[in-house]
Design a protein around this ligand. Structure first.
Ligand code: HEC
Ligand code: HEC
Length: 391
């Protein structure tokens, strides 16, 4: 099979027929046009930008300052950047992070490359389709607390920012109608819109794989080329869920007419033999309450996957080697994680038919891992445009 840029496009079309195990078909929507320069290759569609929050360099710059600023948390101990570290593709290297007041979260911190292309945000929430809405979770969530912004400290946080001359300039540039010196004139809507603009600006297609696709046949090693063939083969089935230009079937962009957001169960748990995952962390089921949604999560993008370990929604797989073994076995055999028996994930009734298991030689396994490593975007992980401006 030829894997040019066309192939991902064909997969996107195929996706319209709805091969997801849980399809959330959304209404047709209009695209916002934006003059912002995303610096993406000409043959790649621009991210979707909502009409109510057009991209401007000024909002992106304000968002970058806010993202890395601990003054944005109630007790001033954490910023977004505490759980999203640039050198780790904006993941954090640990299984489960802890919020600003010490509460542990149930989910693994996600890497933040090309987030703008995701159909839905976070690991398993079909209703989170707006980035600005997503940020209200780390900002305001109480169960568990992340940054811990609430009604009793909101005004104080706005005051902290508005008293800083740098923020006075940044807010005035991003929102020319506001009057930040006067304190009362900046608000959390501006903050979440600027954070969304910053996150949306974090797009990049500068990996060895991309260079290969653009014609540099030496950009991939022979092993990586073999691994690519395996990745896009019916033997491993990886591409059915992690296909397309962003290596995720859950993708939308400025030219998408209908977008779909599939969720899949890839056989990590089966606590009771009826498909259950650990309580409170059952993916889409937490929102829909439907038994068939137990264990269904977004097929996340595999870009930058080498640097965002540990893996899966709960960080329960440590290495890429173990990820491949997981899929080769057709799911997780009974074991214990944090003292809890997992059950036989291979037998989970909700498991996708694409996770059927396969056999690879040691060399083939290495080839597949090497291919996944060709999706690392070193330039992004060091790009000054996304770096902490306060350090
Ligand atoms: C305490 C750690 C922590 C903090 C602080 C934090 N995040 Fe996250 N972030 C996470 C976790 C965990 C997830 C996955 C959440 C889930 O699936 O429920 C996540 C998910 C995300 C996503 C979704 C990515 C995707 O691919 O869908 C975005 C965007 C994001 N965070 C941005 C932010 C921003 C902006 C802030 C600051 C306002 C922030 N985060 C603060 C831990 C954190
Ligand atoms: C049926 C769809 C499906 C198939 C097929 C599939 N995946 Fe996944 N993949 C998912 C889903 C869904 C998740 C998230 C699951 C979770 O966290 O509970 C995931 C997670 C991952 C992760 C962890 C991502 C992260 O950020 O932690 C890696 C790596 C991965 N898959 C690689 C592969 C490879 C390699 C193959 C082929 C051998 C493959 N996947 C086949 C759906 C699939």
């Amino acid at each position: 099979m030829k894997k040019g840029w066309l192939t991902p496009l064909l997969f996107s079309l195929a996706a319209l027929t709805g091969c997801g195990d849980s399809d959330w078909q959304h209404e047709e929507f209009s695209t916002g046009n934006s003059a912002f320069d995303f610096r993406i290759p000409t043959n790649t569609p621009a991210p979707f930008v909502p009409e109510d929050n057009p991209m401007t360099p000024e909002k992106v710059e304000l968002g970058r300052h806010l993202f890395f600023d601990t003054r944005l948390s109630g007790n001033q101990t954490q910023s977004c950047g505490s759980c999203h570290l640039q050198e780790l593709g904006f993941a954090d290297g640990i299984a489960l992070p802890t919020g600003s007041t010490g509460e542990r979260l149930d989910r693994n911190s996600q890497g933040l490359l090309n987030v703008a292309y995701n159909s839905t945000f976070t690991w398993g929430n079909h209703s989170l389709t707006s980035l600005a809405d997503q940020h209200s979770v780390p900002l305001f969530a109480e169960f568990p607390v992340e940054l811990g912004v609430n009604d009793s400290n909101k005004e104080e946080i706005l005051l902290r920012l508005s008293q800083d001359t740098t923020y006075q300039q940044l807010f005035a540039a991003a929102y020319p109608d506001s009057n930040p010196e006067n304190g009362s004139d900046i608000n959390f809507q501006q903050i979440s819109q600027s954070l969304a603009s910053f996150i949306r600006s974090m797009v990049s297609f500068n990996t060895p794989y991309d260079r290969y696709e653009q014609g540099d046949s030496n950009a991939l090693t022979d092993s990586q080329k073999r691994g690519m063939d395996l990745f896009f083969s019916e033997r491993t089935e990886c591409f059915h869920c992690h296909g397309g230009f962003n290596f995720s079937q859950s993708t939308r962009h400025s030219k998408t007419v209908f977008f779909e957001a599939p969720f899949f169960n890839n056989g990590l748990y089966n606590l009771d033999g009826n498909g259950s995952y650990p309580v409170g962390n059952q993916g889409l089921f937490e929102l829909t309450g439907k038994a068939e949604d137990k264990g269904k999560f977004r097929p996340v993008s595999l870009r930058n996957i080498e640097v965002t370990a540990p893996y899966m929604h709960d960080g329960s797989i440590e290495t890429l080697e173990e990820v491949i073994e997981h899929y080769a076995a057709g799911g997780r055999a009974p074991t214990t994680i944090n003292g809890q028996a997992t059950g036989d994930g291979r037998q989970n009734p909700n498991k996708s038919g694409f996770v059927g298991g396969f056999e690879l030689t040691a060399q083939e396994k290495q080839d597949l891992i090497n291919f996944l490593k060709s999706l690392t975007d070193d330039s992004f992980n060091k790009d000054e445009r996304f770096a902490n401006p306060h350090s």
